[in-house]
Design a binder for this molecule. Structure first.
Ligand code: MRU
Length: 350
């Protein structure tokens, strides 16, 4: 990612035994980095969404294990560390995937070797994640190029993160891409983060309110929908940010392809039926009842936007059944959203 022309990752280790992150709760108004020094710092960063998005949550958890092991690298401490990190957020499978991977790498080692192995593995997982996203971009750009060949004009996608990789590749290749960015209530990840990120890359984009997508599709303003995923099941059901399902329905009604950028770390081969088997995170009412923003004098303020006595529900994710998914853009290519195709693409995960 580029910020004011400088290359940045969302997480990195600037010196041995510490980790820096971009604090995403401060964007778009403040660009601030934060140093994680303890296990609790890492757990708080995930739970409070200073870092968020499925792949980044997984890599932060891997670094969190390394931070926790500084204290003591016994089996009991390793268990405790993994339990603390696992409890931070329930839906994105990358968190469990990362902790399972770290634990199975570290457990056979003598405690004296675990700390350095944990740092090495976390750094490797960060590098792998960057490479996987780039590969998703390389595979996904063909979808955009194909549309650009058939029809000059605007292309549209929804969501952020891995889903943006094909967009960056298309933009770099000079394809005429234009992104409609959903605001992504209640935390406004689209309006606050995706738009900020696209702006720093010079990608043309327009922020729209969450409910605008169907209207844009009905009026021929959208050629392609690409979303991310927090967990995709073995049969291709996709759990992603709340509202994704409605975009898929609108895309189907309007004959618009609906693709999911899915790194294999987000695929949960242990489950099939996403509606029954994925725990959907419910977050605090405060995210719905209040909003933060910049005031005209440059301060940051939070205000209430709902009646004080109205009850609130805040489901963070929903499930789009595989039948609405045109394809999964993975690091190994574009895979059909069904059990056979996924098994053929990732045989070692079965
Ligand atoms: O609640 P968040 O901000 O962690 O949710 C993130 C998403 O829903 C993303 O779309 C998802 O993780 C896909 S990947 C980059």
């Amino acid at each position: 990612m580029r910020v004011d022309g400088r290359p940045f990752r969302t997480i990195w280790s600037p010196e041995p035994e510490c980790v820096d992150i971009i604090d995403q709760t401060r964007l778009p108004h403040r660009f601030e980095t934060r140093r994680l020094v303890t296990l609790q710092d890492a757990a708080t960063a995930i739970a409070d969404m200073q870092v968020r998005g499925a792949p980044l949550i997984g890599v932060t958890a891997a670094y969190g294990v390394a931070l926790g092991l500084k204290r003591d690298a016994s089996d009991a401490t390793l268990d405790e560390i993994c339990a603390t990190l696992r409890a931070t957020r329930p839906t994105a499978v990358n968190l469990q995937w990362a902790l399972d991977r770290v634990r199975s790498r570290l457990t056979p080692l003598p405690p004296s070797r675990r700390l350095s192995a944990a740092w090495d593995l976390a750094a490797l997982m960060a590098d792998e994640d960057a490479a996987i996203c780039e590969a998703i971009g390389d595979h996904g750009v063909s979808l955009i190029a194909e549309i650009a060949r058939r029809k000059p004009g605007q292309l549209a996608t929804v969501d952020w993160g891995t889903a943006t990789a094909p967009i960056y590749k298309a933009h770099e290749a000079g394809l005429p891409v234009h992104v409609f960015v959903d605001e992504t209530r209640p935390r406004n990840q689209g309006a606050a983060l995706t738009a900020w990120e696209l702006g720093h890359h010079g990608v043309p984009h327009t922020i729209v309110v969450d409910n605008a997508g169907g209207h844009l599709m009905q009026h021929g303003m959208v050629d392609l929908v690409i979303v991310g995923t927090d967990r995709t099941t073995a049969q291709g059901d996709v759990c992603n940010k709340i509202g994704t399902y409605l975009k898929a329905l609108a895309a189907r009604d309007n004959g618009i392809p609906f693709y999911v950028a899915a790194p294999s770390s987000s695929i949960d081969f242990r489950i099939r039926n996403g509606l029954d088997e994925i725990e959907i995170e419910q977050r605090g009412a405060h995210e719905v009842t209040h909003m933060s923003g910049e005031t005209s004098d440059g301060g940051i303020e939070t205000v209430r936007i709902t009646p004080a006595s109205s009850p609130v529900m805040n489901f963070a994710f929903d499930v789009t059944p595989a039948r609405f998914v045109s394809g999964l853009v993975t690091e190994r290519g574009i895979v059909a959203a069904n059990a056979e195709a996924l098994a053929a693409a990732f045989p070692e995960r079965l």
